[in-house]
Design a protein around this ligand. Sequence first.
Ligand code: ZN
Length: 281
Amino acid sequence: MMGVVAVILILNLPENELRISFLNIGQGDSIYIRTPDDYSIIIDGGPSSKILEELSEVMPLYNRTVDLILITHPHADHVNGLVEVIKRYDVKGIMIVGTPSYNYFYQKILELIKEKNIPLYFAKADNDFLIGKFVELDVLWPIEFKVGVPYENLNNASLAVKINYGDHSILLSGDAEIEEEQELIKSGFDLSADILKVGHHGSRTASSINFLDKVNPKTAVIQSGIDNSFGHPHKETLRKLIKRGIEIRRNDLEGRIDFKLSLYQPPVFEVFAQASHTRDQ
Ligand SMILES: [Zn+2]
């Protein structure tokens, strides 16, 4: 019998490349990261199942596994899309701050975590993660556990992380506003990063001058939807970024924004490998 020869092309990423995609999901945040050794991380899911279309474009077809989902805070424009992701993908872990919220979709996510027995991690600054061999997820905020601690302004309960890959880093702080930025500065952590996801969709209640100076990014990404009713990004924020010579990338103007970061300093691998508890000695 003349069978059909199915040639499955496993499209490996070029070696040592970290991909980060700021997904085109309308007004909200959703970021997909693929490590050089094929681990997938999602930070927030945007306001709807639009994330599924985006994931089908940035994730390889054969891959139905998401190794870690970070939920910065339980607002609709960050969590709602995640329900369908958790239903459809094999999710290996979820990290939250643990601030209470009655958002229906957030509650649904907590139910799914139980139902599917997904490991749940509560964020804390000194509990960092090594994702595969190369990528470090450095939790910056909360500095202490905030599990069960209510926040009047949930934006300031946003999980903030720095993704380190060799000499590259990306700072993501959800919708953190100036109050949380001040706490981050006070913490004394190294906030410097090549890429900054601008806090709170470019609102003027975030991106204080002190914070921008500490991060000192080359590129700033603003996740906001076309003609959103909030007026994001705010002119004042744009002006601050322009004044500092920071390249501005915007989902509302460009759609999905993809970065590929290559590593130029191989010795850094060793440092990360040492930090691993599971893989390398
Ligand atoms: Zn938001």
